[in-house]
Write a protein that binds this ligand. Structure first.
Ligand SMILES: Nc1ncnc2c1ncn2[C@@H]1O[C@H](COP(=O)(O)OP(=O)(O)OP(=O)(O)O)[C@@H](O)[C@H]1O
Length: 639
């Protein structure tokens, strides 16, 4: 795809390429001071025009290798300067520490860090900085079932707040999509976009609130050379508007390399070079390591960083750059303002990003938007929705056929008891496993969106709880209606109500249990841990071993098993409430004709319904709170 320059309708020079749906129109009329012309609409919406200069001194990052395994220092006292209006590439071989440095500078990593990061000459105020910056991860964490427009609309509603009218938000979205060449893909689901389009959508989503600093982890990975240069050209032009744009990059081609303004080369956590792309060759010559003729300087510096020409060369370069302190290879280094000068000339970023909350919109509005997105996703994920309904109906019918009219037959009381336990198993496994299998896939999107301040974790958690309610209730009620009627349980409203309430509570508790496991484990570990932890719950439910026969020192287990309360509750609903003698057709001896006798034998009482409800509700709240705390911990632990 050829990249050409042409005039946009606003007489703004634009960089575009051939294919109509892949056109990137980039206004290039801003300047490095962040002064933006009014006709340049997206960028004229910048809430603050004061650009951000990032300086870092003596940065170390030490990762813990695990219990009693010691620690590993990954970044070693590195220094650097990322001025505004520049497109900066952090380069280096694999494992050099590029992503780690990006994580440290963006504030994504907060533990194990030494040294100081300055923004406009002042030590970085992390919360204020997060409000002015964004982080675009290497993998495109988009909502695959939502279209480009829907993804953008949700992001705009969350990031621009309630005060901006809808038409204005839509204008902003259209303008960004147009600028990024995504206008023709507005109705395409994000999951069906090409790699380059996904990358552009990731950038578009974060551009909505016009961040002054953008961190991108390997934005060109997985793109063909044409998409790579389109993407980098776009970033270059965004930088020209006064933003500070920092990205990690593996090994750029010579043409891609020259699109960057500044390069920061890392090798095993040390800085080998910092300066403009043009001055890298003179720098290499100054340290007696001239770049061979016709060699891509980017390739050569990576070869040097990989110690292909000897370890001593790395040492020489680290010394020459003073581990990033040396700024002589910048363009006009004598004009680079000192930290003190920056402090004097710029407002503190904490002052600029006013307001106490990290998010731009109220919690109630966040919830409303997240619910809208959640219901839309459920509607789009029709396979899963129909499968859940179908499974509940089919299993209900299967139970109905196997235990046909067992509930009203005095000779089949034990069979009916087996049925009641099987119903609980169905509720537990179908909801718990579904949550364990689906929730971890949301984690990566949650991590990105939460870090980029789209919403608070509380509102996200509340929304996923509410979104699943209607379908869970429908499936449970449909299943209950089928099995209850087909298996001949007593058709009394009170018993039906009790049975349904206990079934629903078991479904909700199992879902919370799944959420708790899904919050800390990945799919593989979760699918192992979930069922394994459920086995003791079954043992303590009083089904295989009656509660009376449980060893006294293990009796506590029955108090924490939600299945015990579930079983007691539904057994009480069917055989409690002084149920009269059960009809025994064509049998001489009918052992469980008297429901009370049966209840006594399984050492359960038929009048514990409310106690069981209270116990299940308490367990439900407990598990929901634990799942939330674990989720919060997980989000912080990765940082
Ligand atoms: N939490 C951690 N625990 C242990 N080692 C870590 C941790 N995080 C990073 N490392 C190590 O630090 C080094 C730098 O990792 P980083 O991901 O920053 O490299 P990179 O330059 O981005 O590599 P790549 O280009 O392959 O992504 C690697 O050797 C990695 O194994």
């Amino acid at each position: 795809m050829e990249i050409v320059l042409h005039e946009a309708s606003t007489n703004t020079p634009c960089v575009t390429c051939g294919r109509s749906d892949d056109v990137i129109k980039v206004p290039v009329n801003g300047n490095v001071n962040g002064d933006v012309k009014e006709e340049d609409r997206i960028f004229s919406r910048l809430p603050q025009k004061d650009p951000i200069d990032i300086t870092f001194e003596n940065i170390t990052y030490t990762a813990s290798l695990g219990f009693r395994k010691g620690q590993k220092e990954i970044l070693h006292n590195i220094n650097g300067r990322f001025p505004p209006g520049q497109l900066i590439a952090i380069m280096g071989p694999s494992g050099a520490g590029k992503s780690t440095l990006l994580d440290v500078l963006s504030g994504y990593r907060i533990s194990g860090i030494g040294g100081t990061v300055y923004t406009n000459g002042r030590p970085r105020d992390l919360n204020a900085f997060r409000k002015l910056s964004c982080y675009i991860t290497q993998d495109d964490r988009l909502q695959p079932l939502l279209t480009v427009w829907e993804n953008m609309k949700i992001a705009a509603d969350l990031k621009l707040g309630e005060n901006i009218p809808i038409y204005e938000k839509e204008d902003i979205i259209r303008e960004i999509l147009d600028t990024l060449g995504l206008a023709a893909s507005i109705n395409t689901r994000a999951g069906r976009l090409s790699g380059g389009q996904k990358k552009r959508l990731s950038i578009a989503l974060e551009l909505i609130d016009n961040p002054l600093v953008m961190f991108l982890d390997e934005p060109t990975t997985g793109l063909d050379s044409s998409s790579c240069s389109q993407c980098v050209k776009l970033l270059q032009e965004l930088a020209r508007q006064g933003r500070t744009i920092v990205c990690t990059i593996h090994q750029p081609s010579a043409s891609l390399f020259q699109l960057f303004d500044l390069v920061y080369v890392l090798s095993s956590g040390d800085c080998l070079y910092q300066g403009t792309t043009e001055k890298m060759i003179p720098f290499l010559e100054s340290v007696q390591l001239p770049c061979p003729m016709y060699h891509n300087p980017a390739d050569y510096v990576i070869e040097l960083a990989c110690a292909e020409y000897g370890e001593d060369k790395i040492k020489t370069m680290v010394e020459a750059t003073n581990n990033g302190k040396n700024l002589q290879w910048f363009d006009k280094p004598e004009f680079l303002p000192s930290l003190r000068k920056l402090r004097e000339t710029h407002k503190s970023i904490a002052e600029k990003s006013k307001g106490g909350h990290l998010q731009s919109t109220s919690q109630a509005n966040q919830l409303k938007i997240l619910l809208r997105r959640g219901f839309l996703k459920s509607k789009r994920d029709s396979t899963l929705t129909y499968m859940r309904i179908a499974v509940n109906i089919l299993v209900g019918l299967l139970f109905g056929v196997i235990y046909w009219q067992a509930g009203e037959h005095g000779g089949k009381v034990l069979d009916n008891y087996n049925l009641l336990f099987s119903i609980l198993m169905h509720h537990m496994m179908s909801t718990m496993m579904l949550t364990i299998l689906t929730f971890p896939s949301e984690m990566s999107i949650l991590t990105k969106e939460h870090f980029n301040r789209w919403y608070s974790l509380k509102m996200y958690y509340l929304s996923i709880t509410i979104v699943d309610l209607p379908l869970s209730i429908f499936c449970c009620v449909a299943f209950t209606a089928i099995t209850y009627w087909m298996t001949g349980q007593p058709l009394e409203w009170q018993r039906i109500g009790m049975f349904t309430v206990i079934s629903l509570l078991v479904v909700f508790v199992a879902q919370s249990f799944g959420l708790m496991i899904g919050a800390i484990f990945d799919v593989v570990n979760g699918t192992f841990v979930g069922p394994v932890l459920s086995v003791p719950m079954m043992m303590f439910a009083g089904f295989g071993v009656t509660l009376r026969d449980l060893p006294p020192h293990l009796y506590w287990g029955s108090y924490i098993s939600y299945l015990r309360y579930g079983l007691e509750g539904i057994v009480g609903a069917i055989y409690g409430l002084d149920r009269p003698t059960i009809y025994c057709p064509d049998e001489d001896y009918c052992h469980y004709k008297y429901p009370e006798k049966f209840l006594k034998e399984i050492s359960m009482k038929g009048d514990q319904f409310w106690n069981d409800v209270i116990a299940l509700v308490l367990i439900l709240f407990f598990l929901r709170i634990v799942a939330f705390v674990l989720l919060r911990w997980k989000l912080m632990a990765v940082r």
